[in-house]
Ligand binder design. Structure first.
Ligand SMILES: Cc1cc2nc3c(=O)[nH]c(=O)nc-3n(C[C@H](O)[C@H](O)[C@H](O)COP(=O)(O)O)c2cc1C
Length: 262
């Protein structure tokens, strides 16, 4: 039984789809995880698909539906499967930015219809909410470790300037708590999605057809998610996109389409 995994995010670097498919693949006997080419040259991907029995595609939700770059690939895949009389089981790992994993349900219905049209077998899906936050918090332990180490180094340097330095005292100071708290938060908030992804991966490796399941952050209510997500996007706006804080409050611009203001 040959299984291929595709990370169909449009991002250049690390993606949330890639992260989720990696977690699920711990329980799958997946041959390889490949990235969907951004240059629309799908020949290599189709070559790999020629002898598979199962395909797992991980993709983000764009405007409540399938992203256009994935749609292009699916159109190509459909004609390839029909021309070559190729059929396999398709599993989906969908993720979205909003809190509820159920937001992906329309896209999953679209993919179910695609399977019917391309004569593929729909194996089932997992829809993950708060994808951007779950994807980011995987770095919290690393960030916590770096902060803790820097705090220890600074404390050691300051202590070295004292007349009788007490390095044991510095070593026992609770700077490690930053690392512990950040690791704890990652485990607490991610454990439900990890569990569901691992169960999904197990179902794929057992070639089972499963019904769509949905998940999101664990032990993080929606009101807390909104606060954390808002702070995160403000920080991104300022530090990544280099825009001023007030940009968010600017009035919407009027766009003109075919001579009409929209
Ligand atoms: C153009 C665009 C449209 C999006 N539309 C939605 C949407 O309708 N609903 C939603 O919950 N998230 C939406 N998102 C957020 C993505 O689904 C989310 O950031 C996802 O985690 C990205 O996954 P990736 O890292 O695998 O690309 C949109 C993102 C982009 C860039």
């Amino acid at each position: 039984m040959k299984t291929l995994c595709i990370d169909a995010s449009s991002k250049k670097g690390a993606s949330n789809s890639g992260y989720f498919i990696k977690v699920a693949s711990r329980k799958m006997n997946c041959e390889e995880i490949i990235r969907l080419p951004r240059n629309k040259k799908y020949d290599d991907v189709l070559n790999k698909i020629s002898d598979i029995d199962q395909l797992v595609i991980a993709l983000p939700l764009y405007v409540d539906g399938i992203p256009s770059h994935v749609l292009m690939f699916l159109e190509r895949l459909e004609s390839y499967c029909i021309e070559n009389q190729k059929s396999f089981k398709l599993y989906v790992i969908a993720n979205c930015g909003f809190y509820e994993g159920e937001q992906t349900s329309i896209m999953l219905d679209q993919l179910k219809c695609f399977c019917k049209k391309a004569d593929l077998i729909y194996g089932g899906a997992i829809g993950i909410g708060a994808g951007e936050m779950l994807g980011f918090i995987r770095y919290l332990p690393m960030i916590g470790l770096v902060i803790s180490l820097i705090a220890y180094i600074i404390a050691f340097i300051i202590e070295a300037f004292h007349q009788s330095p007490d390095f044991i005292h510095v070593l026992l100071s609770p700077h490690y708590l930053t690392f512990l708290i950040q690791t704890g938060l990652t485990i607490i908030w991610s454990y439900k999605s990890w569990f569901k992804l691992l169960s999904f991966g197990k179902a794929v490796s057992e070639e089972k057809t499963v019904s769509n399941t949905y998940t999101t952050l664990s032990f993080c209510p929606k009101c807390l998610f909104i606060v954390i997500a808002s702070i995160f996007w403000y920080l991104r706006l300022i530090f990544v996109h280099k825009k001023s804080f007030t940009t968010m409050f600017n009035k919407e611009q009027n766009y003109v389409f075919k001579g009409k203001s929209i």
